[in-house]
Design a protein. Structure first.
Length: 281
């Protein structure tokens, strides 16, 4: 199986397949291992740990093990539901980092009538004026450009896949090419050639993202940023307990390892808080 996923059969014979096979199996001993990335430059082989933490008590309330190539937000809602079952509490607000701030995850929480607070991912830098410079009114269905021109032409602009791989139809405001041609800001705004105007695409969850950006820009977002740090501290504690290296084969047994580490982290935290760990190394 490892060899076949890199081989492509053609009429003239078998050849090495170009690119990397989707969901590529990388190990004979652990077929559930996958290539993963912590950043563009840092790669790893194995699994990902997903952790839910109560920021007030700093207790770990739920854990999951994801494929190494899975998005970090894959089981976000499930972790919240596990937290409620494990701790017998009702989660009022879920706080996540930027990986949980995409539109699809926000929509899943909104559909479940749950509140999610997470930083909206930054838009990639480009040569043209960013979408953030345009004032979009979803109620009036208008878009006003930095030059003060208003557009009411809202049309389909194609389909695009989200982080979950789902293809969705997108709408966009299309500015009149003649208006853009006469605008002194055209060279810094419109990427298309002559005869074309600026198009400002709307995200399928544009309303949810607008609301999140407004909160993110306000002083009310600061406490949430501080509360999220509790999860970072508990993840660091799990690293001390050895979860950076999977000791078993397969995600089921690796989750067992993660559960053991989380249990130790919780017990030592409680023991420290009540004074039982005083004087111990």
């Amino acid at each position: 199986q490892l060899l076949l996923q890199d081989v492509e059969r053609k009429p003239e014979g078998a050849t090495i397949k170009e690119g990397v096979s989707k969901d590529r199996v990388i190990s004979v001993h652990d077929p559930e291992m996958r290539h993963g990335r912590k950043s563009k430059a840092k790669r790893f082989d194995g699994h990902k740990a997903a952790v839910a933490v109560d920021p007030e008590s700093q207790l770990i309330t739920a854990v999951a093990v994801l494929p190494g190539n899975a998005p970090d937000n894959q089981q976000a809602l499930a972790l919240v539901e596990q937290t409620e079952a494990n701790a017998e509490v009702e989660v009022e607000v879920t706080i996540g980092d930027c990986a949980y701030g995409d539109g699809a995850t926000r929509q899943a929480f909104a559909d479940a009538e749950r509140e999610l607070v997470a930083k909206v991912p930054d838009r990639p830098a480009g040569a043209q004026m960013p979408k953030a410079d345009f004032r979009i009114d979803l109620e009036q269905q208008t878009c006003t450009c930095p030059a003060g021109r208003e557009c009411r032409t809202l049309e389909p602009v194609g389909r695009q896949k989200d982080r979950q791989g789902e293809s969705q139809e997108r709408l966009g405001f299309k500015f009149d090419p003649e208006v853009c041609a006469a605008c002194p800001l055209r060279t810094s705004c419109v990427k298309a050639g002559p005869g074309k105007g600026r198009t400002v695409s709307l995200h399928p969850q544009e309303r949810l993202l607008q609301k999140a950006r407004a909160l993110q820009a306000s002083a009310a977002f600061r406490p949430y940023r501080q509360l999220r740090q509790a999860a970072e501290h508990r993840i660091a504690r799990l690293m001390q307990l050895g979860v950076r290296q999977a000791r078993y084969v397969g995600r089921v047994k690796t989750r067992y390892q993660l559960l053991l580490a989380a249990t130790v982290a919780n017990l030592t935290l409680v023991a420290t808080n009540v004074g039982l760990m005083r004087g111990r190394g």
